[in-house]
Design a protein around this ligand. Sequence first.
Ligand SMILES: *Cc1c(COP(=O)(O)O)cnc(C)c1O
Length: 879
Amino acid sequence: MKALRRFTVRAHLPDRLAPLERLSTNLRWSWDKPTQDLFQSIDDALWQDTGGDPVAMLGHVGPERLEQLAADPSFVQRVETLDAELEDYLTRPLWYQQRAAEVSDGNAPAVALPHGIAYFSMEFGVAEVLPNYSGGLGILAGDHLKSASDLGLPLIAVGLHYRSGYFRQSLTADGWQHENYPSLDPQGLPLRLLTGADGEAVLIELTLPDDVTLSARIWIAQVGRIPLLLLDSDIPENDHDVRTVTDRLYGGDQEHRIRQEILAGIGGVRAIRAFTELRGLPGPEVFHMNEGHAGFLGVERIRELIEAGLDFDTALAVVRSSTVFTTHTPVPAGIDRFPLDLVERYFGAGPDGHGSRLLPGVPVDRVLSFGAEDDPAKFNMAHMGLRLAQRANGVSLLHGRVSREMFSELWPGFDAAEVPIGSITNGVHGPTWAAPQWLELGRELLGADDLAQLREPHVWERLQKVDPGHLWWIRGQLREALIDDVRRRLRRSWLERGAAEAELGWIATAFDPNALTIGFARRVPTYKRLTLMLRDPDRLARLLLDDERPLQLIVAGKAHPADDGGKALIQQIVRFADRHDVRHRFAFLPDYDMSMARTLYHGCDVWLNNPLRPLEACGTSGMKSALNGGLNLSIRDGWWDEWFDGENGWEIPTAAGLADDGRRDDLEAAALYDLLEQAVVPKFYDRDGHGVPRRWVEMVRHTLQDLGPKVLASRMVEEYAEKYYFPAARSLRQTIEPVSAGAGDFAEPFGAARELAAYRHRVERSWPRISIEDVDSSGLPDTPLLGSELTLTALVRLDGLRATDVAVQALIGRVDAGATLLDPVTVPMTHTGRTDHGADVFTATMSLPITGPVGYTVRVLPHHRLLSGEAELGLVTLA
Ligand SMILES: *Cc1c(COP(=O)(O)O)cnc(C)c1O
């Protein structure tokens, strides 16, 4: 008989163990080893069975065991100590509080610290017990929250709670990926419901077409200091059709997806309002879109401001000033786009011709214009993000550059280098991804329990003092733990695929805890080239089967459920791994997730990555490997392009630019085999008298020392704070300032925003008629020399704009054969008067900056104190 419904009944916690409640539900345990050890000591077998899940574990442990522990003074003492430590972690002044003190002491007067940052993402990979992620984007969001917590940043995160999270992967007998979506009972997860004063669940509501109401409740996951709000539409108040909006991550059609994104963006803002109001917190000042999916949050904020009495353009000015947009993909096909008529149906007028019910007061044509792109039938979520955010960034230096090219159509007339998209290179959360052995060594070297100092590059130099034998011993321990895990997973997978236990004797000795171990694990989109290593299977087999110096390879990854191409690649890998001659040295492990990933990052000697450059925006798995002394062997793409220094791993030379993809794969694969044969394998097996590969260990030490501080997510979040959140808070405050027209006048609320909106309107109207009539040069000698002075005078028609409304610039620099200026120097020109026929005169004197062919030009740009830069509005007139 099958039960109709399943739920968990928990034993009542004895009073003395009451702190276990908070210790289990605050996800900080997931990066705190002592707390994990505490839970494990309650019942080791149960801990293993639940996959290390404190909430599930407390759901299963019987009342007798709890009574027994409550009577054990040493256990109770541990509970109290850890609870006190958690309390300290949650309340102690951290980096943000110190920054705030500096600002209030007047030591950093130009900085504005936001009293709240809202962070939106469709996925959050915080811990394996909350499977709210599919890959790198989600893990990154999880690491962002944990580091924000470690830094004391007042951040609130918003996403969706999916009834079945991402799928679990298994293999069929012939190696085809099979997906399985286990249903998640929120009661069994580390989540609490947001309830009102009456104890009832708070619901937020959205009106969809045909007057359908979509309601959602709000679950709160506590990630250290950071509340993560997860909206959930699976409630009886909803019709069946909308109940399924949050059924799963990345499933369903375009309609399903736009509903998810509307719920995350618009519902997300409403959830934050409900949450901050109930908790008596200030509303966030800065809104961060982690990718374009939650972009509708901007139009919801416009609606709020219109309701408060602003006009659309003023509201837009306020929203832009305080929004940050991060783009994560250099693959145009990876960008979320909807059919325009679908968006129109959700944001347009109802059948009675009235304004949109979803966003009253917000005209649909304005919403549609945010997502405009070159295909007039498409609505582009990344373009919306860029149009709603004054500040935007990519996720590595190279990706910043690629993004400026990719989105340059939004800034016509500007060189790609001037497109206002910056970059912050991703990072990974140290305490989550570094093995306990490394963290322990870190504490020893620091002489402190507080790992916050690890953000200081110089403290990593203390690794110099550590004996090579000790570093090698840690690496060996981690490799051994990995091999144990590989054997366990291999056995489980073979059994699932229909093998009999009697056939699996070979697994007990498969893989060697002393052999060079290479890992390759990630999602399986085409550009990551899962099967590049199989380009020449015989050559790979020879490397694997070398008697003296064998190599072993562990591969894992999930294909998107709709991607049969990706599944075929996995099948190719599995077929190779099934070969009797190599199966003890080459494995595909199904169901890549955070816990498998961690063991792989800890134990692999080399982390392999071979994307098609430059399609890997950043990549973070290699960073997690480096944090454990793994050496990267990678195409120079994403973060590796930035931080490879010749000593911290190997660069697979790229054949990017070849028109023939097959040949490119051949060349890059051959380069990979060459590196393995000639550099990687010999170095690993070159041992001293004690069996220690000295040169290898020096690379490990250098990797930890050099990359350790760089790859940390705390470095990344600090950069977001200083370069994006603080300036955005400052822009917001300047933008919403009341402005009075004259002495004694009533200061108009949002006066500055109105002024900016009026300015933008004026400039956009006049711009097509602005022209540079004439540019005159003088002062140049017949044979110009480096440093000779040149004076330029430009006559500009401003069509009613004031000279102070624009910036006029001279650009001078090297020119190529086609007279294109390359990396010119910009010289501001000053307004010196007006001609009789009404042209404004601008002039500048400059000295010739370089030798060789030089050219110059003049341009006019909008200029306003509330713009973040002169390219912001995408308007420019060239001479
Ligand atoms: C880090 C991580 C990723 C992302 O790895 P990439 O190198 O960016 O592809 C994906 N999945 C899991 C489980 C991870 O831990």
